[in-house]
Design a protein around this ligand. Structure first.
Ligand SMILES: NC(=O)c1ccc[n+]([C@@H]2O[C@H](COP(=O)([O-])OP(=O)(O)OC[C@H]3O[C@@H](n4cnc5c(N)ncnc54)[C@H](O)[C@@H]3O)[C@@H](O)[C@H]2O)c1
Length: 378
């Protein structure tokens, strides 16, 4: 291709970029608690973004949070409806606790405003379905806030699976969690968090493996949840009185494609880990060391088990450095998708299955038997 043609193309790209960056992307923050701080900080790192509004149902909370960041011109409201009704917005971050994920998200979608929704998607599958249906009718999209998706080691897991090095996958063991690490605040009450360890960190470990294998549909779930540590003052002090969610969950899940998923997650237990993640395929297997946190990277170098010329061999997959912060990448991917009309970076069509498993675990645990996962038509 001639230089003239190439520079013509370059000029067009530059013009488009200029046009896009000229006008600031106007964003509103709904829910100004703990995680909103990471959203604010990452939006402030984007030169083409302006935080124009914030809302929190606790009077004065949004204003105080904005002032803490020197954002004295941000208009503050005491409901998500007031913020959305009174502002011209290019996008919103929904940073409310889990029980309040659905309403602000649907309210924004009904007004064609793109949503970056914090994880977990929702508390129940029904709520997730309602959001997906609202999204289908809307011109806007929802991206679910799984920042580990942007970690190079997480991407490596997917690359290894997609390379065919493991062959067809038939069994996955995943999960992890903490020996003692029950959070406080709104995470531990049914009326706000709705789900505990399952929603806080379980959704991440599910996403890690399900995303790697292309998000097959869950078919059946045998689930278990408990709260022995959260409800016990010996382990959870004063918070034991108000603790009303799970602190441990486990499940045996059948996925489409004849794949078995063996899952366990913990905010608190006696051992240090319920085991590493193992992805077993017909040609090889991958071991991913467990991590206790689950909102960032993998727990250490991974091992690929395979046969080489008839001999059993192991290849260590070293940890890869990710340039820049994962949260900044999550925010940037949302802004770019909204500005340039790209698909949602972490689409609800995938995370619906993640939520169906979490919902299935709770339903099965309540019934004390295996359940069939029924996902209504969107
Ligand atoms: N991605 C991550 O790494 C990460 C980390 C922590 C928390 N989270 C998720 O972020 C969400 C919020 O967690 P948090 O720790 O910030 O909770 P939080 O309780 O500190 O903050 C939530 C805020 O939302 C407000 N709120 C509730 N309903 C509202 C509504 N309809 N309109 C406006 N404000 C409303 C509450 O008053 C509260 O101030 C949770 O879903 C959690 O799972 C994600």
């Amino acid at each position: 291709m001639s230089d003239a043609v190439l520079s013509q193309f370059k000029q067009a790209v530059e013009e488009k970029t200029e046009a896009v960056t000229d006008k600031k992307f106007k964003v509103g923050i709904i829910g100004t608690g703990w995680i909103a701080e990471s959203h604010i900080e990452s939006y402030l790192n984007q030169p083409d973004v302006e935080i124009v509004a914030a809302a929190d149902i606790i009077p004065g909370k949004a204003k105080a949070k904005m002032e803490r960041y020197g954002l004295t011109n941000v208009r503050c409201y005491e409901s998500h409806q007031a913020l959305i009704d009174n502002e011209e917005l290019d996008g919103v971050s929904v940073c409310t606790y889990n029980r309040q994920h659905k309403d602000p998200t649907i309210y924004a979608l009904e007004r064609d405003i793109p949503v970056l929704l914090e994880k977990p998607f929702t508390v129940t599958l029904d709520e997730a379905v309602e959001i997906c249906r609202a999204e289908k009718k809307s011109k806007a999209f929802v991206s679910v806030g799984f920042q580990p998706r942007f970690d190079e080691n997480m991407k490596m897991i997917k690359k290894i699976v997609e390379s065919g090095a493991l062959g067809d996958i038939y069994y996955i063991q995943t999960g992890g969690g903490r020996r003692r690490g029950i959070p406080g605040s709104t995470f531990i009450e049914d009326k706000t968090g709705g789900i505990g360890a399952l929603g806080d960190i379980g959704c991440y470990s599910l996403d890690m493996v399900l995303n790697a294998i292309g998000y097959p549909k869950p078919l059946t779930v045998t689930g278990y949840v408990s709260d022995f540590f959260g409800k016990n003052p010996k382990y959870n002090g004063e918070d034991a009185k108000r603790f009303s969610v799970d602190d441990f969950g486990a499940a045996f899940v059948r996925l489409e494609g004849d794949i078995i998923l063996d899952f366990r997650i913990s905010w608190a237990m006696h051992p240090d880990t319920p085991g590493d993640t193992l992805i077993l395929g017909k040609e090889g297997a991958l071991r991913i060391p467990s991590t206790d946190c689950w909102n960032g990277s993998v727990g250490g170098p991974m091992t690929l088990y395979h046969d080489i010329c008839g001999e059993q061999a192991e290849t260590v997959v070293p940890l890869v450095h990710t340039e820049g912060g994962l949260f900044d990448k999550k925010i940037r991917s949302f802004v770019d998708a909204a500005r340039l009309g790209l698909p949602a970076p972490v689409p609800t069509s995938q995370i619906l299955y993640n939520q169906a498993i979490i919902d299935g675990i709770n339903k099965s645990a309540k019934l004390g038997r295996e359940i069939e996962v029924e996902i209504p038509e969107i």
